[in-house]
Design a protein around this ligand. Structure first.
Ligand code: SME
Length: 160
């Protein structure tokens, strides 16, 4: 049994440091990308408070395809450049969106989502996937969350 427990009262930077450590421990000896994405989706859900969706989209051809996640069933395919995820993937840049309803082209998979953080996972200079976090709270994510999930993405770069 894995027992990675998070204390949601931790300061944001420390919470993400512990999340990255747990992610590293869970994925370091495993080469199966689906297994690793599934476990990391579960870890993010466990560690990061106030989420309604946490998971992965993978870059396949010229679109994003849904990967392992925790939350309500979501859109399966997203064209590159569309929505928050497609923008993060095509620009290769983290998208920190305080109010998804103000983001042009936002794709509403769950009506409960109000803010979103999407971080590209880059391997050899190419975006291979994005990590997507949704929250029912407006302005849920800040720059410390972005830096933390970017550190997670670097750990996963060769493991998914
Ligand atoms: N809102 C995302 C779509 C994915 S769901 O949030 C799970 C977007 O605009 O790309």
């Amino acid at each position: 049994m894995y027992d990675f427990t998070a204390d949601s009262d931790l300061p944001t930077a420390e919470l993400h440091r512990q999340l990255v450590q747990a992610c590293d421990a869970l994925t370091s000896g495993e080469s199966d990308s689906v297994a690793n994405m599934a476990n990391v989706a579960a870890l993010m859900w466990e560690f990061i408070p106030r989420l309604n969706w946490a998971g992965f989209y993978r870059v396949i051809g010229d679109e994003l395809v849904l990967g392992p996640f925790v939350g309500r069933p979501a859109c399966i395919r997203i064209p590159m450049g569309q929505g928050v995820c497609g923008t993060a993937a095509s620009e290769g840049k983290t998208q920190l969106v305080k109010d998804v309803h103000a983001f042009p082209g936002h794709i509403a998979c769950d009506a409960a989502s109000n803010s979103e953080l999407v971080v590209p996972v880059v391997r050899d200079g190419r975006t291979i996937a994005v990590i997507d976090l949704d929250s029912p709270d407006k302005s849920r994510f800040d720059h410390e969350d972005a830096a933390g999930v970017e550190a997670l993405a670097r750990v996963l770069s060769n493991r998914i």
